[in-house]
Design a protein. Structure first.
Length: 255
């Protein structure tokens, strides 16, 4: 007899939604701003589009506004799935090392897309923040196990771990820096609170109030992993989509 599926969105479906959001976010920068808007971009990077610009340019402005909103869904979903993945993975060590490895491999591509060079310390890719967040969750889980009978000690060390992880994220300058690691910690600590654990996304509202749009999406999470066998696809997709969007943007700018 087949096991009945729960209604809602699986983890696999949430990953696809986050990927689409990520494409919208980065298409704004690499395709619209650097490609479509190229004829209207000054030497200092400022963009001035006249009112009598072609209809296609005016349409691009509307698309840009929509993509700007949708682009803020991605990180809240990814950081939520990180806590779920860390909770259910068979090997936390392998999970952490995979994140770290792809963070390193992605960085040259990320810098090429954003800064036109293979290395720039200004800001690092989001996998850096996710790696630090995963390490923090490992520490928090260890504190729960070892200090369960001493709540005062546990919460004191938990606060210290969150601050230190936030400091490390700020030092490494991964996207969302300490806001990302703090969100991961809150989602982990509230993981038994059902839909109320989504309150843990609150720090991301500092980045943009549009991050709140992820809440109704994540509230539909069924708790199931969904389709299997695509484990590394999402890791590879992250650097690959930068290269594709970068190429499209350059092609449009040269037209």
């Amino acid at each position: 007899m087949e096991k009945s599926r729960k209604r809602g969105l699986s983890g696999f479906a949430l990953k696809y939604i986050a990927m689409i959001s990520m494409i919208c976010d980065h298409a704004n920068l690499l395709v619209i701003r650097r490609g479509v808007y190229a004829p209207y971009t000054a030497a200092d990077g400022s963009i001035l589009i006249p009112a009598d610009a072609p209809a296609g340019i005016l349409l691009a402005q509307q698309v840009y506004r929509v993509f700007e909103i949708l682009g803020h869904l991605g990180f809240p979903i990814f950081i939520f799935l990180l806590t779920e993945g860390f909770l259910h993975t068979r090997s936390r060590k392998r999970y952490l090392l995979t994140l770290a490895a792809f963070a390193v491999l992605t960085e040259p591509v990320y810098d090429l897309a954003h800064y036109g060079v293979l290395w720039n310390p200004a800001l690092q890719n989001v996998l850096v923040t996710l790696t630090v967040s995963a390490a923090l969750l490992w520490v928090l889980d260890g504190l729960e196990r070892r200090c369960g009978d001493a709540p005062g000690k546990r919460w004191g060390l938990t606060a210290a771990a969150v601050v230190l992880a936030g400091g490390l994220a700020l030092l490494l300058r991964g996207e969302y820096v300490f806001l990302g690691t703090t969100t991961a910690a809150l989602l982990w600590l509230l993981r038994s609170r059902g839909v109320w654990r989504l309150v843990g996304l609150a720090p991301l509202l500092v980045v943009s109030p549009w991050c709140a749009l992820a809440v109704p999406v994540l509230a539909l999470y069924s708790g199931e992993r969904g389709r299997r066998g695509w484990k590394y696809f999402f890791y590879v997709f992250y650097p690959a989509h930068f290269l594709v969007l970068l190429w499209i943007g350059k092609w449009m700018a040269a037209r």
